[in-house]
Design a protein around this ligand. Structure first.
Ligand code: ATP
Ligand code: MG
Length: 467
């Protein structure tokens, strides 16, 4: 290899295998959609041709309070007789997260609001079709980014991106990223944040929503109007339609955080009015968590407008200590399948801040190092991302493996930097590493502790290192 060194590592690796699986519910890959509402007892045929007789497990979350369960189970509005904004096409398993009842409730609130005519509102400053989603009281509760309205998505409503794509097709997008999967990157960042316990990414998951304020092609709007007219005149005929209304959109749904401002705002203010030492320390710890997140997911878009800070200085007179918190938003341009190379570097803009010059704290080291050093933890993280990413129609296993190779390389560097008490600035100067599974390891296995990974250093330096 001309521009790279190679070295062998022995680390565990788990592989999905549709044959001989002992736990089909978690390990079998299948494209079969289980529609609980229509065929509750039908046998599902798996990708390997074998029938899956098991009914899907519906878990009841025991930790739910009576109030919470009532809120989720009782619609508040009569769902069945609501104007059908495409609901029939929604798979019942979508928008419901058994492991996260609070998030399910939040999305449920958004759906109720839409049913009651309180529609998501486009965020005008962004480069894509992103929407503030409200609850039935009209309060903003989330940010929804539909896949097909992403910067280079089919229905991106912003003419600047359209011109960009038209006039300069050879350099649109980021060559190291899988195009039009920003919504998965948003949800993936939240997954990494949750798994590591960082607490800087507002909870984000993949949901399907439908609203007339989203950007649709004219034919979809016409079709929905025509079907509605048929439903009004001939309900019996309309009962044969699969869907009445606009098609639901898949996208990322992120919890809206209140009281935060663009990081730039507070960073500038603090130049003239620095925060008290205890809050500066609190900020430093939060900042390190942002660094850990961005580095692991190899975020290519972390400008100071893509993270938010909430700051209240407190008042010694009133006995309030104050608080500072970071929210890492706009994580749609992460999880590259190769390191940025010959054209643009996409640096982490926080690397220029004074906080980045201090070595990682003991607190951060204790939080993340044991997890990152645990091969099973890293493998679990990859598995969870697999389950998330594979729901995209364009999912490609080969690309996913490459994304994980980059992520494993990042984790390896971060681990070393934490052990050596390096600073974030020193971390970003470490040579980019790729950790990939060595080829020719034999037939696919379910799980093996002896698979070999190859570690490669990428020595090619970017052409433009400032952008
Ligand atoms: N979770 C959130 N909580 C609070 N405010 C948010 C949240 N997400 C986004 N915002 C606000 O909306 C603005 C636009 O969001 P975001 O940057 O994610 O959108 P975008 O369409 O991807 O834009 P671009 O890619 O051009 O930066 C942010 O600058 C921020 O003010
Ligand atoms: Mg942004």
């Amino acid at each position: 290899m001309s521009d790279s060194e190679q070295r062998q590592l022995h680390v565990p690796y788990r592989e999905y295998n549709s044959h001989n699986s002992t736990n089909p519910a978690t390990l079998v890959e299948t494209d079969a959609l289980v529609d609980l509402s229509v065929t509750p007892n039908s046998n599902v045929i798996l990708a390997n041709g074998q029938p899956l007789d098991l009914l899907p497990e519906v878990e009841f979350a025991p930790s739910l309070s009576v109030d919470q369960t009532t809120a989720i189970d009782s619609p508040g509005t009569d769902r069945e007789s609501q104007p059908l904004l495409g609901r029939l096409e929604l798979d019942v398993t979508y928008n419901r997260f058994p492991d996260d009842p609070q998030f399910s409730e939040l999305v449920w609130q958004a759906e109720c609001a839409i049913d009651n005519g309180i529609f998501p509102q486009r965020i005008y400053q962004g480069s894509s079709g992103s929407y503030f989603v409200k609850n039935p009281a009209g309060k903003i509760i989330g940010v929804f980014k539909p896949k097909d309205e992403e910067p280079y998505g089919r229905l991106n409503p912003k003419w600047t991106k359209w011109m960009h794509k038209l006039c300069c097709p050879c350099c649109f997008g980021r060559s190291c990223l899988i195009p039009n999967q920003g919504y998965l990157s948003e949800a993936g960042a939240s997954l990494v944040d949750r798994k590591l316990g960082l607490g800087v990414v507002p909870n984000t998951r993949v949901v399907k929503l439908v609203s007339k304020t989203f950007n649709y092609v004219r034919i979809d709007r016409e079709k929905a109007r025509m079907k509605q007219a048929i439903l009004d005149q001939f309900p019996a005929v309309a009962s044969h339609f699969n869907r009445i209304g606009l098609p639901p959109k898949i996208g990322s749904f992120q919890l809206f955080v209140d009281g935060y401002k663009d990081a730039d705002y507070w960073l500038r203010r603090w130049e003239s009015e620095p925060p008290p030492p205890h809050l500066a320390k609190q900020f430093q710890l939060q900042f390190e968590r942002l660094v850990v997140l961005d580095y692991i997911i190899r975020n290519t878009d972390r400008g100071n407008d893509n993270w938010l800070i909430k700051y209240s200085p407190g008042s010694p007179k009133n006995g309030t200590e104050g608080e500072v918190k970071i929210a890492a938003i706009d994580n749609g341009l992460a999880f590259p399948f190769k390191h940025p190379d010959s054209w643009r570097a996409y640096p982490y803009h926080w690397a220029w801040l004074s906080q980045a010059k201090l070595p990682f704290s003991e607190t951060t080291r204790e939080l993340v190092l044991p997890q990152l050093s645990d091969h099973n933890f890293v493998q679990d993280l990859c598995d969870d991302l697999y389950l998330l990413f594979k729901q995209d129609k364009g999912f490609d296993r080969h690309h996913y493996d490459k994304q994980m190779s980059v992520m494993r390389g990042q984790i390896l560097n971060l681990q070393q930097a934490l052990k050596d008490s390096k600073s974030p600035v020193q971390l970003v100067q470490m040579p980019a590493v790729i950790v990939e599974k060595a080829k020719g390891n034999g037939a696919p296995r379910l799980f093996s502790f002896s698979d070999t990974f190859t570690q490669r250093f990428q020595n090619k330096s970017p052409f433009f290192s400032w952008c």
